[in-house]
Write a protein that binds this ligand. Structure first.
Ligand SMILES: Nc1ncnc2c1ncn2[C@@H]1O[C@H](COP(=O)(O)OP(=O)(O)OP(=O)(O)O)[C@@H](O)[C@H]1O
Length: 233
């Protein structure tokens, strides 16, 4: 499989402050990566760095073999990086369907296919962004990212603050995307075991550095290491 994404010794942060240090990783087409670690270790910052929204102090980022280190956020999105930020960002004055159609780009995903994946959004298609529950907003945030037909989906804590039944529904969807369709994805998640169950590979960050890298399965089978690195309950 060809290389999709590679980070080479990336050091980045906000202004003068450095929050990621010496991060190297690579992903191939169809890879799925759980990005784990305690609060504040730099998981979101790593996704934000992939989108070009931090200050890069050193290192480089390659996308499909091309150096994108100096590319704008817009160009990265256009090149196929599909970011679903933690904040979800809905427009109160757009309907569900308008949220989807305004960003649509040609490719496998269209409104019909997205509704097949999220029947709940089809039922809510005429509702405004501010009339949706938290779970529906998260579904719409993922659906909207799919409408751009990305090559890599970056999911930042997709389950955060959602009821168990919605977490189940989103787990089903992410599993369908990743396991059945082989979509490339990076998932940042506080529920470490859930993220490991959805992905092939895992990395754990601590204070801005990669402190563990393995198959998701082997980390799942090693509760001592998992507890030491992440302190899951
Ligand atoms: N916009 C910003 N400006 C300055 N510092 C920031 C900014 N965003 C995050 N940080 C700092 O960067 C560090 C890493 O934060 P980040 O949100 O990436 O961690 P995280 O692992 O995603 O945490 P969480 O699980 O709480 O979301 C923290 O010390 C945080 O205070």
């Amino acid at each position: 499989m060809p290389e999709l994404l590679a980070l080479d010794n990336v050091t980045a942060g906000y202004g003068e402050s450095v929050v990621l240090e010496g991060i190297s990783l690579s992903m191939q087409e169809g890879d799925s990566l759980a990005l784990l670690g305690r609060n504040g270790v730099g998981k979101t910052s790593l996704l934000v760095t992939l989108m070009g929204l931090t200050r890069l102090h050193g290192g480089g980022i390659r996308w499909r073999g091309r150096d994108i280190t100096r590319m704008s956020t817009h160009e990265r999105a256009h090149a196929g990086l599909g970011w679903v930020p933690q904040e979800r960002y809905m427009f109160p004055s757009l309907t569900v369907e308008e949220h989807l159609t305004v960003v649509a780009r040609p490719g496998e995903w269209d409104v019909r296919k997205v509704y097949e994946l999220f029947p709940r959004l089809q039922e809510r298609r005429a509702n405004m962004g501010n009339q949706l529950s938290g779970g529906e907003q998260q579904m719409l945030a993922i659906a909207r990212a799919l409408m751009v037909n990305p090559s890599l989906l970056l999911l930042d804590e997709p389950m955060e603050g959602l009821a168990p039944i919605i977490v189940q529904e989103l787990t089903r969807v992410i599993r369908a995307l990743v396991v059945e369709r082989g979509m490339s994805v990076i998932v940042v998640e506080q529920h470490a075991r859930l993220a490991l169950s959805l992905t092939k590979k895992a990395i754990v960050l601590d204070r801005g550095r990669v402190v563990h890298e393995s198959d998701s399965d082997s980390l799942m089978q090693d509760p001592d290491t998992l507890n030491r690195l992440i302190a899951v309950a």
